[in-house]
Design a protein around this ligand. Structure first.
Ligand SMILES: *Cc1c(COP(=O)(O)O)cnc(C)c1O
Ligand code: SF4
Length: 450
Protein backbone atom coordinates (compact mmCIF):
# COMPACT_ATOMS: atom_id res chain seq x y z
CA UNK A 1 0.00 0.00 0.00
CA UNK A 2 1.24 3.45 -0.90
CA UNK A 3 1.17 5.98 1.91
CA UNK A 4 -1.28 8.77 1.38
CA UNK A 5 -1.96 11.33 4.05
CA UNK A 6 -4.91 13.61 4.55
CA UNK A 7 -4.67 17.04 6.08
CA UNK A 8 -7.21 19.79 6.51
CA UNK A 9 -6.78 20.90 2.89
CA UNK A 10 -7.41 17.55 1.18
CA UNK A 11 -9.45 15.51 3.67
CA UNK A 12 -12.49 16.18 1.56
CA UNK A 13 -11.10 13.58 -0.85
CA UNK A 14 -11.41 10.80 1.74
CA UNK A 15 -13.67 8.21 0.07
CA UNK A 16 -15.89 7.98 3.17
CA UNK A 17 -16.28 11.75 3.46
CA UNK A 18 -20.07 11.55 3.09
CA UNK A 19 -20.22 9.79 6.45
CA UNK A 20 -18.97 12.97 8.11
CA UNK A 21 -21.87 15.38 8.49
CA UNK A 22 -21.52 19.04 7.45
CA UNK A 23 -21.72 20.01 11.13
CA UNK A 24 -18.89 17.61 12.05
CA UNK A 25 -16.80 18.92 9.16
CA UNK A 26 -17.35 22.46 10.31
CA UNK A 27 -16.26 21.58 13.87
CA UNK A 28 -13.22 19.75 12.55
CA UNK A 29 -12.19 22.69 10.40
CA UNK A 30 -12.57 25.19 13.23
CA UNK A 31 -10.51 23.08 15.66
CA UNK A 32 -7.89 22.36 13.01
CA UNK A 33 -7.05 26.05 13.04
CA UNK A 34 -5.50 25.49 16.44
CA UNK A 35 -4.52 21.82 16.65
CA UNK A 36 -2.78 19.85 13.91
CA UNK A 37 -4.88 17.44 11.87
CA UNK A 38 -3.51 14.52 9.88
CA UNK A 39 -4.63 11.01 9.07
CA UNK A 40 -3.79 8.50 6.35
CA UNK A 41 -5.25 5.91 4.01
CA UNK A 42 -4.46 2.94 6.31
CA UNK A 43 -6.20 4.49 9.31
CA UNK A 44 -9.13 5.53 7.15
CA UNK A 45 -9.51 2.24 5.29
CA UNK A 46 -8.61 -0.36 7.92
CA UNK A 47 -8.98 1.06 11.42
CA UNK A 48 -11.95 3.41 11.51
CA UNK A 49 -15.45 1.97 11.70
CA UNK A 50 -17.24 4.36 9.38
CA UNK A 51 -20.69 3.10 10.30
CA UNK A 52 -20.21 4.18 13.87
CA UNK A 53 -18.11 7.32 13.70
CA UNK A 54 -20.09 9.07 16.37
CA UNK A 55 -18.72 6.66 18.95
CA UNK A 56 -15.76 5.12 17.20
CA UNK A 57 -12.58 5.42 19.29
CA UNK A 58 -10.36 5.11 16.21
CA UNK A 59 -12.23 7.94 14.52
CA UNK A 60 -11.89 10.09 17.62
CA UNK A 61 -8.17 9.40 17.72
CA UNK A 62 -7.57 11.29 14.46
CA UNK A 63 -10.65 13.40 13.79
CA UNK A 64 -11.49 16.31 16.06
CA UNK A 65 -14.70 16.29 18.03
CA UNK A 66 -16.42 19.45 19.11
CA UNK A 67 -15.61 18.76 22.78
CA UNK A 68 -11.87 18.81 22.15
CA UNK A 69 -11.87 22.59 22.36
CA UNK A 70 -13.60 24.38 25.22
CA UNK A 71 -16.79 26.27 24.35
CA UNK A 72 -15.01 29.52 25.01
CA UNK A 73 -12.16 28.86 22.60
CA UNK A 74 -14.42 27.28 20.01
CA UNK A 75 -16.86 30.19 20.02
CA UNK A 76 -14.12 32.78 19.84
CA UNK A 77 -12.60 31.06 16.82
CA UNK A 78 -15.91 30.48 15.13
CA UNK A 79 -16.99 34.08 15.43
CA UNK A 80 -13.62 35.37 14.26
CA UNK A 81 -13.93 33.15 11.18
CA UNK A 82 -17.55 34.26 10.64
CA UNK A 83 -16.82 37.98 10.72
CA UNK A 84 -14.16 37.32 8.13
CA UNK A 85 -11.69 39.73 9.70
CA UNK A 86 -8.07 40.08 8.65
CA UNK A 87 -5.71 37.13 8.50
CA UNK A 88 -3.61 38.95 11.06
CA UNK A 89 -6.31 39.07 13.70
CA UNK A 90 -7.24 35.40 13.14
CA UNK A 91 -3.58 34.43 13.44
CA UNK A 92 -3.30 36.39 16.67
CA UNK A 93 -6.32 34.59 18.12
CA UNK A 94 -4.96 31.18 17.05
CA UNK A 95 -1.67 31.96 18.72
CA UNK A 96 -3.40 33.14 21.89
CA UNK A 97 -5.47 29.98 22.16
CA UNK A 98 -2.46 27.77 21.53
CA UNK A 99 -0.58 29.43 24.33
CA UNK A 100 -3.52 28.95 26.63
CA UNK A 101 -3.53 25.25 25.81
CA UNK A 102 0.16 25.02 26.49
CA UNK A 103 1.06 24.72 30.15
CA UNK A 104 4.59 25.94 29.55
CA UNK A 105 4.54 29.07 27.45
CA UNK A 106 7.36 30.75 29.31
CA UNK A 107 10.14 29.28 27.24
CA UNK A 108 11.56 27.35 30.17
CA UNK A 109 12.27 24.43 27.91
CA UNK A 110 15.83 25.68 27.72
CA UNK A 111 16.39 24.76 31.35
CA UNK A 112 16.09 21.04 30.91
CA UNK A 113 18.51 20.68 28.06
CA UNK A 114 21.87 19.11 28.81
CA UNK A 115 25.13 20.73 27.81
CA UNK A 116 28.14 19.27 26.06
CA UNK A 117 31.38 21.23 25.66
CA UNK A 118 29.54 24.42 26.53
CA UNK A 119 26.84 23.86 23.95
CA UNK A 120 23.17 23.24 24.69
CA UNK A 121 21.96 20.01 23.11
CA UNK A 122 18.53 21.00 21.86
CA UNK A 123 17.63 17.49 20.76
CA UNK A 124 18.40 15.61 23.98
CA UNK A 125 16.57 15.28 27.28
CA UNK A 126 18.45 13.76 30.15
CA UNK A 127 16.15 13.60 33.12
CA UNK A 128 16.72 10.17 34.63
CA UNK A 129 20.23 8.91 35.14
CA UNK A 130 20.14 5.82 32.91
CA UNK A 131 18.19 7.07 29.93
CA UNK A 132 18.48 9.87 27.43
CA UNK A 133 15.77 10.83 25.02
CA UNK A 134 16.99 11.77 21.56
CA UNK A 135 14.84 13.77 19.13
CA UNK A 136 16.28 13.26 15.64
CA UNK A 137 15.45 16.16 13.34
CA UNK A 138 13.91 13.93 10.68
CA UNK A 139 11.60 12.20 13.16
CA UNK A 140 9.54 15.14 14.30
CA UNK A 141 6.22 14.28 12.74
CA UNK A 142 3.98 11.18 12.60
CA UNK A 143 2.10 9.05 10.09
CA UNK A 144 -1.12 10.48 11.57
CA UNK A 145 -1.74 12.85 14.47
CA UNK A 146 -3.49 11.74 17.62
CA UNK A 147 -6.10 14.22 18.78
CA UNK A 148 -4.88 13.70 22.37
CA UNK A 149 -1.22 14.35 21.63
CA UNK A 150 0.56 17.12 23.45
CA UNK A 151 3.23 17.33 20.77
CA UNK A 152 1.06 19.84 19.00
CA UNK A 153 3.48 22.74 19.45
CA UNK A 154 5.98 20.72 17.39
CA UNK A 155 3.48 20.07 14.62
CA UNK A 156 1.89 23.49 14.55
CA UNK A 157 4.83 25.47 13.30
CA UNK A 158 5.40 27.15 16.64
CA UNK A 159 9.05 27.47 15.91
CA UNK A 160 10.09 28.52 19.39
CA UNK A 161 8.61 25.27 20.71
CA UNK A 162 10.46 22.93 18.40
CA UNK A 163 12.91 20.53 19.79
CA UNK A 164 15.31 18.43 17.73
CA UNK A 165 18.85 17.92 16.55
CA UNK A 166 20.76 15.93 13.99
CA UNK A 167 24.40 16.21 15.00
CA UNK A 168 25.49 12.64 15.62
CA UNK A 169 28.88 13.78 16.91
CA UNK A 170 27.26 15.67 19.76
CA UNK A 171 25.05 12.70 20.59
CA UNK A 172 27.88 10.20 20.79
CA UNK A 173 30.15 12.74 22.49
CA UNK A 174 27.54 13.25 25.17
CA UNK A 175 27.09 9.49 25.61
CA UNK A 176 30.85 9.03 26.00
CA UNK A 177 30.94 11.70 28.66
CA UNK A 178 28.02 10.05 30.50
CA UNK A 179 28.84 6.39 31.11
CA UNK A 180 25.89 6.20 33.50
CA UNK A 181 23.57 6.24 30.48
CA UNK A 182 22.55 2.69 29.55
CA UNK A 183 19.53 3.55 27.42
CA UNK A 184 19.17 5.68 24.33
CA UNK A 185 15.57 6.34 23.38
CA UNK A 186 14.79 7.67 19.91
CA UNK A 187 11.63 9.70 20.13
CA UNK A 188 9.70 12.45 18.36
CA UNK A 189 7.09 12.76 16.90
CA UNK A 190 7.77 9.36 15.52
CA UNK A 191 11.35 8.44 14.59
CA UNK A 192 9.94 5.72 12.32
CA UNK A 193 8.73 8.39 9.95
CA UNK A 194 12.30 9.11 8.90
CA UNK A 195 13.86 7.33 5.96
CA UNK A 196 16.02 4.29 6.64
CA UNK A 197 18.93 6.21 5.15
CA UNK A 198 18.63 8.88 7.85
CA UNK A 199 18.08 6.32 10.57
CA UNK A 200 21.21 4.51 9.41
CA UNK A 201 23.31 7.63 10.02
CA UNK A 202 22.30 7.61 13.68
CA UNK A 203 22.61 3.84 14.10
CA UNK A 204 26.07 3.75 12.57
CA UNK A 205 27.27 6.69 14.63
CA UNK A 206 26.11 5.06 17.85
CA UNK A 207 27.42 1.57 17.03
CA UNK A 208 30.76 2.84 15.75
CA UNK A 209 31.29 5.11 18.75
CA UNK A 210 32.16 2.13 20.94
CA UNK A 211 29.93 2.81 23.91
CA UNK A 212 30.21 -0.28 26.11
CA UNK A 213 27.88 1.17 28.76
CA UNK A 214 25.10 1.75 26.31
CA UNK A 215 23.07 -1.45 26.51
CA UNK A 216 19.61 -0.63 25.25
CA UNK A 217 18.39 1.22 22.21
CA UNK A 218 14.72 2.06 22.29
CA UNK A 219 12.56 3.44 19.52
CA UNK A 220 9.31 5.11 20.55
CA UNK A 221 6.84 4.73 17.71
CA UNK A 222 3.23 4.69 16.67
CA UNK A 223 4.04 3.35 13.20
CA UNK A 224 2.91 -0.18 14.09
CA UNK A 225 -0.57 1.22 14.60
CA UNK A 226 -0.72 4.00 12.05
CA UNK A 227 1.47 2.64 9.28
CA UNK A 228 2.58 -1.00 9.76
CA UNK A 229 3.72 -1.02 6.13
CA UNK A 230 6.79 0.81 7.44
CA UNK A 231 8.06 -2.62 8.51
CA UNK A 232 6.74 -4.58 5.56
CA UNK A 233 6.48 -2.98 2.14
CA UNK A 234 7.72 0.61 2.11
CA UNK A 235 10.51 1.05 -0.46
CA UNK A 236 13.09 1.07 2.36
CA UNK A 237 11.47 -1.41 4.78
CA UNK A 238 14.10 -4.08 4.19
CA UNK A 239 16.82 -1.54 4.84
CA UNK A 240 15.13 -0.56 8.11
CA UNK A 241 14.83 -4.19 9.24
CA UNK A 242 18.47 -4.79 8.37
CA UNK A 243 19.41 -1.89 10.65
CA UNK A 244 17.35 -3.43 13.45
CA UNK A 245 19.27 -6.67 12.91
CA UNK A 246 22.53 -4.79 12.92
CA UNK A 247 21.75 -3.25 16.32
CA UNK A 248 20.80 -6.64 17.74
CA UNK A 249 23.88 -8.31 16.24
CA UNK A 250 26.08 -5.68 17.85
CA UNK A 251 24.96 -7.13 21.19
CA UNK A 252 22.62 -4.32 22.21
CA UNK A 253 19.02 -4.80 23.20
CA UNK A 254 16.65 -3.21 20.70
CA UNK A 255 13.30 -2.26 22.17
CA UNK A 256 10.51 -1.02 19.97
CA UNK A 257 8.28 0.97 22.33
CA UNK A 258 4.98 0.87 20.49
CA UNK A 259 2.09 3.15 21.30
CA UNK A 260 -1.23 1.28 21.18
CA UNK A 261 -4.36 3.08 22.33
CA UNK A 262 -7.02 0.60 21.38
CA UNK A 263 -7.00 -3.17 20.78
CA UNK A 264 -8.42 -2.73 17.30
CA UNK A 265 -5.00 -1.47 16.21
CA UNK A 266 -3.68 -5.00 16.81
CA UNK A 267 -6.13 -6.91 14.68
CA UNK A 268 -5.29 -6.11 11.05
CA UNK A 269 -3.40 -8.57 8.85
CA UNK A 270 -0.68 -6.12 7.97
CA UNK A 271 -0.11 -5.39 11.66
CA UNK A 272 0.59 -9.06 12.30
CA UNK A 273 3.12 -9.21 9.47
CA UNK A 274 4.84 -6.04 10.73
CA UNK A 275 5.15 -7.49 14.24
CA UNK A 276 6.65 -10.72 12.92
CA UNK A 277 9.14 -8.85 10.75
CA UNK A 278 10.32 -6.77 13.68
CA UNK A 279 10.55 -9.76 15.99
CA UNK A 280 12.51 -11.71 13.39
CA UNK A 281 15.28 -9.14 13.69
CA UNK A 282 15.64 -9.99 17.38
CA UNK A 283 14.02 -6.78 18.58
CA UNK A 284 11.52 -6.89 21.43
CA UNK A 285 8.30 -4.90 21.17
CA UNK A 286 6.81 -3.30 24.26
CA UNK A 287 3.39 -1.64 24.36
CA UNK A 288 2.32 1.55 26.11
CA UNK A 289 -0.56 3.97 26.04
CA UNK A 290 -2.20 6.77 27.93
CA UNK A 291 -5.59 6.05 29.47
CA UNK A 292 -8.03 8.27 27.60
CA UNK A 293 -11.60 9.14 28.27
CA UNK A 294 -13.73 8.58 25.13
CA UNK A 295 -11.11 6.17 23.72
CA UNK A 296 -10.07 3.45 26.12
CA UNK A 297 -11.24 4.30 29.65
CA UNK A 298 -12.66 0.83 30.17
CA UNK A 299 -11.26 -2.22 31.95
CA UNK A 300 -12.34 -4.68 29.24
CA UNK A 301 -10.64 -2.61 26.58
CA UNK A 302 -7.38 -2.59 28.56
CA UNK A 303 -7.54 -6.29 29.36
CA UNK A 304 -8.09 -7.00 25.67
CA UNK A 305 -5.23 -4.68 24.76
CA UNK A 306 -2.80 -6.47 27.08
CA UNK A 307 -3.96 -9.97 26.16
CA UNK A 308 -3.67 -9.22 22.48
CA UNK A 309 -0.15 -7.88 23.02
CA UNK A 310 0.93 -10.99 24.90
CA UNK A 311 -0.56 -13.17 22.17
CA UNK A 312 1.70 -11.39 19.68
CA UNK A 313 4.78 -11.62 21.88
CA UNK A 314 4.59 -7.93 22.83
CA UNK A 315 5.32 -6.97 26.43
CA UNK A 316 2.79 -4.61 28.08
CA UNK A 317 4.84 -1.80 29.61
CA UNK A 318 3.06 1.42 30.66
CA UNK A 319 -0.39 2.86 31.28
CA UNK A 320 0.12 6.64 31.36
CA UNK A 321 -2.08 9.43 32.65
CA UNK A 322 -2.75 12.06 29.97
CA UNK A 323 -0.98 15.33 30.67
CA UNK A 324 -2.50 18.68 31.34
CA UNK A 325 -2.25 20.15 27.89
CA UNK A 326 -4.09 20.41 24.58
CA UNK A 327 -7.50 18.73 24.75
CA UNK A 328 -6.98 17.33 28.23
CA UNK A 329 -10.50 18.34 29.32
CA UNK A 330 -11.88 15.87 26.76
CA UNK A 331 -9.52 13.00 27.50
CA UNK A 332 -8.76 13.35 31.20
CA UNK A 333 -9.53 10.46 33.52
CA UNK A 334 -9.24 11.16 37.27
CA UNK A 335 -6.38 9.37 39.01
CA UNK A 336 -8.67 7.24 41.16
CA UNK A 337 -10.82 6.24 38.20
CA UNK A 338 -7.70 5.28 36.24
CA UNK A 339 -6.48 3.18 39.15
CA UNK A 340 -9.84 1.39 39.30
CA UNK A 341 -9.77 0.65 35.58
CA UNK A 342 -6.17 -0.53 35.80
CA UNK A 343 -6.99 -2.78 38.75
CA UNK A 344 -10.05 -4.30 37.10
CA UNK A 345 -8.11 -4.96 33.89
CA UNK A 346 -5.12 -6.31 35.85
CA UNK A 347 -7.43 -8.74 37.62
CA UNK A 348 -8.66 -10.09 34.31
CA UNK A 349 -5.28 -11.15 32.89
CA UNK A 350 -2.66 -13.68 33.89
CA UNK A 351 0.70 -12.80 35.38
CA UNK A 352 2.34 -12.74 31.98
CA UNK A 353 0.35 -9.64 31.07
CA UNK A 354 0.88 -7.98 34.45
CA UNK A 355 4.20 -6.50 33.41
CA UNK A 356 2.41 -3.23 32.77
CA UNK A 357 3.10 -0.35 35.13
CA UNK A 358 0.33 2.09 35.77
CA UNK A 359 -1.39 4.35 36.04
CA UNK A 360 1.68 6.55 35.84
CA UNK A 361 2.01 10.32 35.75
CA UNK A 362 5.10 11.48 33.94
CA UNK A 363 5.40 14.56 36.13
CA UNK A 364 8.17 17.06 36.66
CA UNK A 365 9.75 15.37 39.73
CA UNK A 366 9.50 11.93 38.15
CA UNK A 367 7.26 9.10 37.05
CA UNK A 368 4.69 8.62 39.76
CA UNK A 369 2.52 5.54 39.99
CA UNK A 370 -0.88 5.50 41.67
CA UNK A 371 -0.65 2.43 43.90
CA UNK A 372 -4.22 2.71 45.11
CA UNK A 373 -6.63 3.88 47.74
CA UNK A 374 -6.01 2.87 51.35
CA UNK A 375 -7.71 3.48 54.68
CA UNK A 376 -5.55 4.48 57.62
CA UNK A 377 -7.77 4.42 60.69
CA UNK A 378 -10.29 7.10 59.82
CA UNK A 379 -8.43 8.74 56.92
CA UNK A 380 -8.83 7.60 53.35
CA UNK A 381 -5.71 8.28 51.28
CA UNK A 382 -4.24 7.78 47.85
CA UNK A 383 -0.95 5.89 47.96
CA UNK A 384 1.64 6.70 45.33
CA UNK A 385 5.29 6.07 44.61
CA UNK A 386 8.02 7.08 42.22
CA UNK A 387 9.07 4.46 39.72
CA UNK A 388 11.51 6.93 38.22
CA UNK A 389 12.73 10.19 39.76
CA UNK A 390 15.07 13.10 39.29
CA UNK A 391 16.58 12.15 42.64
CA UNK A 392 17.16 8.40 42.90
CA UNK A 393 16.55 8.55 46.67
CA UNK A 394 12.88 9.13 46.04
CA UNK A 395 12.34 5.90 44.10
CA UNK A 396 9.90 3.29 45.39
CA UNK A 397 9.04 5.04 48.67
CA UNK A 398 5.28 5.00 49.12
CA UNK A 399 3.76 8.40 49.94
CA UNK A 400 0.24 9.52 50.68
CA UNK A 401 -2.17 12.11 49.35
CA UNK A 402 -5.58 13.13 50.58
CA UNK A 403 -8.37 11.16 48.96
CA UNK A 404 -9.69 13.20 46.04
CA UNK A 405 -11.89 11.66 43.38
CA UNK A 406 -11.54 14.58 41.01
CA UNK A 407 -7.74 14.91 41.07
CA UNK A 408 -6.31 14.55 37.57
CA UNK A 409 -2.64 15.20 38.12
CA UNK A 410 0.05 15.54 40.76
CA UNK A 411 -0.59 19.24 41.28
CA UNK A 412 -4.21 18.51 42.22
CA UNK A 413 -3.06 16.34 45.13
CA UNK A 414 -2.57 17.47 48.74
CA UNK A 415 -0.48 15.58 51.29
CA UNK A 416 -2.43 13.35 53.67
CA UNK A 417 -2.25 13.22 57.49
CA UNK A 418 -2.16 17.02 57.79
CA UNK A 419 1.36 17.27 56.38
CA UNK A 420 2.34 20.53 54.70
CA UNK A 421 4.11 18.94 51.77
CA UNK A 422 5.13 15.64 50.20
CA UNK A 423 8.41 14.11 51.31
CA UNK A 424 10.24 14.98 48.12
CA UNK A 425 9.17 18.61 47.74
CA UNK A 426 11.97 20.24 49.72
CA UNK A 427 14.60 18.34 47.90
CA UNK A 428 12.86 19.02 44.58
CA UNK A 429 12.88 22.76 45.29
CA UNK A 430 16.55 22.78 46.01
CA UNK A 431 17.23 20.78 42.86
CA UNK A 432 15.31 23.42 40.98
CA UNK A 433 17.30 26.31 42.36
CA UNK A 434 20.71 24.64 42.33
CA UNK A 435 20.59 23.11 38.91
CA UNK A 436 18.36 25.41 37.01
CA UNK A 437 19.84 24.36 33.72
CA UNK A 438 18.85 20.73 34.28
CA UNK A 439 15.51 20.95 35.98
CA UNK A 440 12.70 22.67 34.19
CA UNK A 441 9.28 21.89 32.88
CA UNK A 442 10.34 20.15 29.74
CA UNK A 443 8.36 17.06 30.70
CA UNK A 444 5.60 18.42 28.62
CA UNK A 445 7.65 18.05 25.51
CA UNK A 446 8.26 14.36 25.26
CA UNK A 447 5.92 12.38 23.14
CA UNK A 448 3.19 10.07 24.32
CA UNK A 449 4.67 7.37 22.18
CA UNK A 450 7.78 7.00 24.24
C1 LIG B 1 9.67 7.67 30.87
C2 LIG B 1 10.92 8.38 30.64
C3 LIG B 1 12.12 7.67 30.51
C4 LIG B 1 12.19 6.15 30.57
O1 LIG B 1 11.84 5.62 31.82
P1 LIG B 1 11.81 4.03 32.01
O2 LIG B 1 11.20 3.80 33.33
O3 LIG B 1 13.22 3.57 31.94
O4 LIG B 1 10.98 3.47 30.90
C5 LIG B 1 13.27 8.40 30.32
N1 LIG B 1 13.28 9.76 30.27
C6 LIG B 1 12.13 10.47 30.40
C7 LIG B 1 12.19 11.96 30.35
C8 LIG B 1 10.92 9.80 30.59
O5 LIG B 1 9.79 10.51 30.71
S1 SF4 C 1 0.80 10.55 20.37
FE1 SF4 C 1 2.60 9.90 19.25
S2 SF4 C 1 1.83 9.21 17.20
FE2 SF4 C 1 0.26 10.42 18.18
S3 SF4 C 1 0.62 12.44 17.31
FE3 SF4 C 1 1.65 12.33 19.31
S4 SF4 C 1 3.74 11.78 18.88
FE4 SF4 C 1 2.51 11.32 17.06
Amino acid sequence: MKYKHYNIHNYISIPQIKKISPKQRHDLEVIAKVLPFKTNNYVVEQLIDWDNIEFDPLYRMNFFQRGMLTDKHFNMLESEINVGGSKKSLDRLIKDIRYQLNPDPSGQMMYNVPEFKGEKLMGIQHKYKETILFFPTQGQSCHAYCTFCFRWPQFSNMKSQKFFMKETGLLTGYLKEHPEVTDLLFTGGDPMIMSSRHFETYVNAVLEADLPNLKNIRIGTKALSYWPYRFVSDPDSDHLLSLFRKIVDSGKHLAVMANFNHPRELYTDIFKVAVKNIQNTGAIIRGQSPILNNINADADVWADLWKKQVEKGIIPYYMFMPRDTGAQHYFAVPLIEAWKIYTRAYSKVSGIARTVRGPVMSANPGKIKVLGVSDFFDEKVITLNFIQARNTNWINKPFFARYDESALWLNDLKPAFGKREFFFERSFRSLQTEKKHRVGTLDNYSSLCS
